[in-house]
Design a protein around this ligand. Structure first.
Ligand code: HEC
Ligand code: HEC
Length: 448
């Protein structure tokens, strides 16, 4: 335990509260045969179908961004493990493209002034900006006390307008959800205000830009054709506020429990699909007896804790230290869940690995590594015969088929791809890899 970031008294108390929350959910939901623990739900924001479907509509509505180009789901596509199948280059800490500290981030919006007119960004010019970390699975961390790679999505959630505390503990998803809407890289023009977000939503037709809209969303919009109607159905009055947007988005996320993987089938005997193949079982046998499972602890294949595996210089991105202020936490990042990791296209907060084979080879003792603040347990010696089964286990044994096929509740509409130019990387010019990425984004356009 003490090997990881600050498991101090505050965290233990938090954990205790979350356990009580989880137990109360279990009691209200009735006994569950599932191995995955119930998602903790803060009492101030109980799950209701009306709130969940409103959250789903908001999550997939590009009109939540200033320029209507980018929904939450643009960077978090379900069938790509809730993460982003395409990436752009961010120059990293040194500000220079093409150096080892570059990041494979998500492509956001073109920089715009407070009126909404495109302006030249110092790094990205008039082309879409790129996030400085890779997008994780948006439903992978439903159990985590804190959200985001560094945990700055805090458990405590305050109303951003009044400052009143709405959720004392267990509100990490609510806290996280409002960040992107005002973030000038992800969804917002400069100096975007909550007043402009809410008045704008009130006047738009929900999901006007989306097609192939799933039945639950279609039915909700048929019954309540405007956003004020949908907020009325979810909250009892038609007012749109950032706190209500956060409550709805977090509620939607809490309905996305990916607990029907082959591993779950093998462990619980549930009849939801095939269990682990003998090869994947061999991979699991290695995994569960190796340090992998100490950090990526089953059944969630995460522990909500923070650690460093020595991926980058700890000064490039100080990670967890941004939140705790503790030098010990410099370069530590959240241990991500491995559920549905086989659907992702890039791995790590830097997005630097493109295959799980690359990830597994990185964990081997011989791989180049940064040792400052390295967490115990890394590197992990993986005997050659175990490598293939381990990769198969990660690639296929932890994939929920409903996520892979974007089936309910993981279904989604098709997003409209605006004719924004994806020439940021072409401007960078010298990097062939980056230009390939541009081609992929264009090719994948019909998918998005
Ligand atoms: C432009 C791409 C982009 C958009 C748009 C976007 N995200 Fe993300 N998302 C990211 C990135 C990048 C991170 C990781 C950031 C970090 O940890 O510093 C992230 C992290 C998250 C996480 C944390 C998951 C975890 O396990 O810690 C959640 C939840 C999430 N996003 C939900 C949302 C919601 C809700 C919206 C819309 C309101 C949204 N995202 C919009 C790129 C995006
Ligand atoms: C000391 C704790 C620790 C150990 C041991 C560990 N991991 Fe990790 N793992 C992490 C952390 C932290 C990250 C994220 C690192 C980052 O982005 O900087 C990660 C990331 C990953 C990812 C990428 C996930 C994603 O969504 O990008 C995979 C896959 C993975 N680990 C598999 C393994 C396997 C397989 C083993 C055993 C061979 C292992 N890990 C051992 C902590 C650990």
């Amino acid at each position: 335990m003490s090997a990881f970031s600050s498991p101090n008294l505050g965290h233990r108390r938090l954990l205790a509260v979350l356990i009580v929350l989880a137990i109360s959910v279990l009691i209200t939901a009735g006994a569950s045969a599932q191995f995955v623990p119930p998602v903790p739900v803060p009492p101030a924001n109980p799950i209701t179908p009306q709130k969940a479907v409103l959250g789903k509509i908001l999550f997939w509505d590009q009109q939540l961004s200033s320029d209507h180009s980018t929904a939450c789901g643009t960077c978090h596509l379900t069938e790509f493990g809730g993460a982003d199948p395409v990436f752009g280059l961010h120059p990293g800490a040194d500000g220079a493209f093409g150096s080892p500290d570059d990041i494979h981030g998500s492509i956001g919006v073109v920089r715009r002034d407070p009126v909404g007119i495109p302006i030249s960004d110092p790094v990205f010019g008039f082309t879409p900006q790129v996030t400085d970390r890779a997008a994780p699975n948006f439903f992978g961390g439903l159990w985590d006390p804190e959200s985001l790679w560094d945990g700055r999505g805090s458990s405590r959630f305050d109303d951003p307008i009044t400052g009143v505390n709405l959720i004392p503990v267990g509100g990490a998803l609510e806290s996280q959800s409002l960040g992107p809407i005002l973030n000038t890289v992800e969804m917002a023009k400069d100096a975007r205000s909550w007043a402009s977000v809410t008045s704008h939503l009130a006047g738009t037709k929900p999901l006007a830009l989306a097609t192939a809209i799933p039945p639950d969303m279609t039915a909700a919009i048929a019954a309540n054709p405007t956003y004020p109607d949908l907020f009325n159905a979810a909250f009892g009055t038609p007012d749109i506020s950032p706190a209500r947007i956060a409550f709805a988005l977090a509620t939607y996320e809490r309905t996305l429990v990916a607990d029907q993987t082959p591993w779950d089938v093998s462990m619980t005997g549930a009849a939801t699909g095939p269990g682990l193949t003998p090869n994947q079982q061999a991979g699991w046998n290695f995994f569960q007896t190796s340090p992998c499972s100490g950090c990526h602890a089953p059944p969630l294949f995460s522990s909500g804790r923070f650690a460093s595996i020595g991926l980058r210089d700890i000064n490039d991105d100080i990670g967890r230290e941004l939140v705790t202020g503790l030098p010990f936490d410099r370069g530590h990042f959240k241990i991500p869940t491995l559920r549905n990791v086989g659907l992702k296209s890039t791995f790590m907060h830097t997005g630097e690995f493109l295959t799980l084979g690359d990830v597994v080879r990185f964990y081997q003792p011989g791989a180049p590594r940064f040792f400052a603040n390295l967490s115990p347990g890394v590197p992990v010696a993986i005997p050659t015969p175990a490598e293939g089964p381990l990769i198969d286990f990660l690639q296929n044994g932890l994939t929920d088929p409903r996520v892979a096929s974007a089936s309910f509740p993981f279904d989604r509409p098709t997003l409209y791809v605006p004719e924004v130019s994806m020439v940021q990387q072409i401007r960078v010019g010298s990097l062939c890899l980056a230009m390939l990425v541009v081609a992929r984004k264009r090719k994948g356009a019909s998918l998005l």
